[in-house]
Design a protein around this ligand. Structure first.
Ligand code: AMP
Length: 283
């Protein structure tokens, strides 16, 4: 077995380590995660490794992005198996601070307006402020040349891109395609919460999104949203939202003339799963 990657828990030590690599002229790629790693996360690590000299992975379950009734306490924490999974990938160091180290006595929040308002922004108030604040902090500590985020969390990726652009942060944000189980279910750390029945039902999300792509040729966004909801509901899911939005600005659309993201969040029991598809994507 490959040796486990070294773990740094202190912000200061992480910053010093990164600076020492940058001063050698090495490019640093960064993959922020909340742990409970699966193949989706590992694909991000591989992409970062292809695009940079060394890769830093952070593992931090960020309390600031969970609502009071969400699963912060029960979120899976599996540091040892995560390190084992990363051992077979080219990871130079894992940054795994605890919440007290990350936040101390914080009074500052980063808020991106507009694109954070629909979708998860509407159903999880404060969520994106938690995301942007922790990502800004992580980028300031790790100082990577590039950071990789998954397209599965479409609104998160769009929001981080906007923050980095608006704040002139010197980091390239790279999007990575969603990695799926063989039956189409997007890999997620939360899939472990699903009962066997819910796990069998959950691939309906992907089937409904693929069907939506077909329906977009002859239907309005509103009709596509309705039919997608119906398919998911018939398949046993409880739809939180299911919306067609402009793929760049996340504003409302009335037709499919430009790229549109159809994003959905679906509950199976208490488990909240998210997925999306881009329709008319320019290639
Ligand atoms: P998380 O640990 O859930 O916060 O996710 C960390 C990063 O992994 C985020 O950029 C996610 O978008 C990305 N990610 C999560 N699941 C997948 C997946 N199935 N495929 C690709 N990237 C993913």
């Amino acid at each position: 077995m490959n040796p486990l990657p070294p773990v740094i828990t202190s912000k200061k030590e992480m910053a010093t380590w990164s600076e020492s690599k940058r001063s050698l002229g090495l490019t640093v790629g960064f993959v922020p995660t909340m742990g409970a790693l699966h193949q989706g996360h590992l694909a991000l690590v591989e992409l970062a490794a292809r695009k940079s000299d060394i890769v830093v992975v952070s593992i931090f379950v960020n309390p600031a992005q969970f609502g009071p009734s969400e699963d912060y306490e029960s979120y899976p924490r599996t540091l040892t198996t995560d390190l084992e999974a990363l051992a077979s990938h080219s990871v130079a160091v894992v940054f795994a601070p605890n919440a007290a180290e990350m936040y101390e006595d914080r009074l500052t929040t980063i808020h991106v307006s507009g694109i954070t308002e629909p979708l998860c922004g509407a159903s999880r108030p404060g969520h994106f402020d938690g995301v942007t604040t922790v990502v800004a902090k992580l980028l300031n500590i790790v100082r990577p040349h590039l950071a990789v985020f998954g397209e599965k969390d479409y609104q998160q990726l769009a929001t981080v891109r906007k923050m980095v652009k608006d704040l002139d942060m010197d980091c390239l944000i790279v999007g990575a395609p969603t990695v799926r189980e063989p039956d189409g279910l997007a890999m997620s750390s939360r899939n472990t919460y699903l009962s066997p029945l819910e796990r069998a039902q959950a691939p309906v999300i992907r089937r409904a999104l693929l069907q939506a792509q077909e329906l977009a040729g002859t239907n309005t966004p509103e009709q596509v949203e309705r039919m997608t909801r119906e398919t998911i509901t018939r398949g046993g899911g409880r739809v939180d939202y299911c919306s067609c939005l402009n793929a760049l600005t996340l504003s409302a659309v009335t037709d499919f003339s430009s790229p549109v993201v159809l994003a959905t969040t679906v509950f199976f029991g208490k488990t909240r799963l998210i997925d999306n598809i881009v329709i008319n994507e320019k290639t």
